[in-house]
Write a protein that binds this ligand. Structure first.
Ligand code: PLP
Length: 360
């Protein structure tokens, strides 16, 4: 492997090096068939096998029950913000949302175009530094679904467990899907943009319970109906072939690592290294409340914005890249998804330990 920097970017984010190498080769000459991956018909038997394998790996790794469809769509996770309510709501229908950050707030804005939206909880006043305990909100019995964003990428908060409330859950898992095992049967819809934890930008994974495919109001356009894509195995139109291929390769890598339960242990360990470094110092201050801390995005501040800028620049100079926090809260953010190596986390922890006494 050549010299690589440690890429703490929130997304697009670090991918396994073996996947990058394999993709580079397959782009030019797919499995030595004399044709490049990205010039192959999506209906060729070679690509159909790629798509089938990606779907099978999603099903296997997340133990997706038979009565759920796995879809590969375009338009990013952001398109799911409107597609979910457009398909599940309609006049007179209600849904409950938890406002735990920018991405949840964007979903709420779109949902309001399609139904009666109850925002049952918000942590906006404390800069989204926490997610709620279940007793902090209630869900109206008439709500079609309870919507949440499982990991708040920008603020570094995460639901450690999923709500028991509500008829069913709809969840944006863009930044923590495949990071831990799930009980899929609690969910009506799970969606995730690929570019954080499972591949390059360009494809959005949707896992949807089959009976919901028939809930869509009649005036919803063909391309925006889940059923259209479910009926055609995500081949109603040309799917994002390269991104789907990469997702398949990343999931294959994940399986080789021992699957999502093994990855969860590794993720807990990596995050603990960083949180211990933060908690063991007066110099660094975590943004998220302890009980809400994310294993994927670790957000922290230094005593001043000037020191933060210096920290980020000096870290980048030694190959620790992408540590700048989101513009909405500033500070620093270390995104340490599945494919981010533990050595990179250790190098950051060492750098933090050196930087603090020199600049305190
Ligand atoms: C990045 C992100 C999104 C937006 O994803 P796009 O694919 O860019 O639309 C949505 N939700 C969460 C939690 C994210 O981290």
């Amino acid at each position: 492997m050549p010299e690589r920097i440690y890429n703490f970017s929130p997304g697009p984010a670090t991918l396994p090096y073996s996947v990058l190498e394999e993709a580079a080769k397959d782009i030019v000459n797919f499995k030595d068939k004399g044709i490049g991956l990205i010039e192959m018909s999506h209906r060729s038997k070679e690509f159909m096998a790629v798509a089938d394998e990606a779907e099978a790996l999603v099903r296997e790794l997340l133990a997706v029950p038979e009565n759920y469809k796995v879809l590969f769509l375009q338009g990013g996770a952001s398109s799911q913000f409107f597609m979910v309510p457009m398909n599940l709501l309609g006049s007179g229908k209600k849904a409950t949302y938890l406002n735990t950050g920018t991405w949840a707030k964007k979903a709420i804005k779109e949902a309001k175009f399609f139904g009666d939206i109850d925002v049952a909880y918000s942590s906006e006043e404390s800069s989204f530094n926490r997610v709620p305990e279940e007793e902090e909100y209630s869900v109206d019995a008439a709500s079609e679904y309870l919507y949440l964003c499982s990991n708040n990428t920008i603020y570094g908060t995460q639901f450690a467990s999923f709500p028991e409330k509500g008829k069913m859950l709809v969840c944006d898992m863009s930044s923590d899907i495949f990071s831990r095992p799930l009980d899929i049967s609690r969910f009506g819809i799970i969606f995730a943009g690929a570019q954080k934890n499972m591949g390059p930008a360009g494809v959005t994974l949707v896992i949807i319970r089959e009976d919901l495919l028939d809930a869509t109001p009649e005036n919803v356009p063909t391309m925006l109906r889940y059923k259209t894509h479910a009926d055609k195995g995500s081949m109603f139109n040309t799917p994002p072939t390269f991104a789907m291929y990469c997702v398949g390769r990343v999931l294959n890598w994940l399986k080789e690592q021992g699957g999502v339960a093994a990855l969860q242990k590794r993720n807990e360990h990596k995050a603990a290294l960083l949180y211990d470094a933060i908690d063991g110092s007066d110099f660094y201050r975590g943004h998220a409340e302890k009980a809400s801390r994310s294993l994927m995005n670790v957000t922290f501040n230094l005593p001043t914005p000037e020191l933060e800028a210096q920290f980020i620049a000096e870290a980048a100079a030694i190959g620790l890249d992408g540590l700048k926090g989101h513009r909405s809260i500033g500070g620093c953010r270390a995104s340490i998804y599945n494919a981010f190596p533990e050595e990179g986390v250790k190098k950051l922890v060492d750098f933090m330990a050196e930087f603090a006494p020199k600049n305190a």
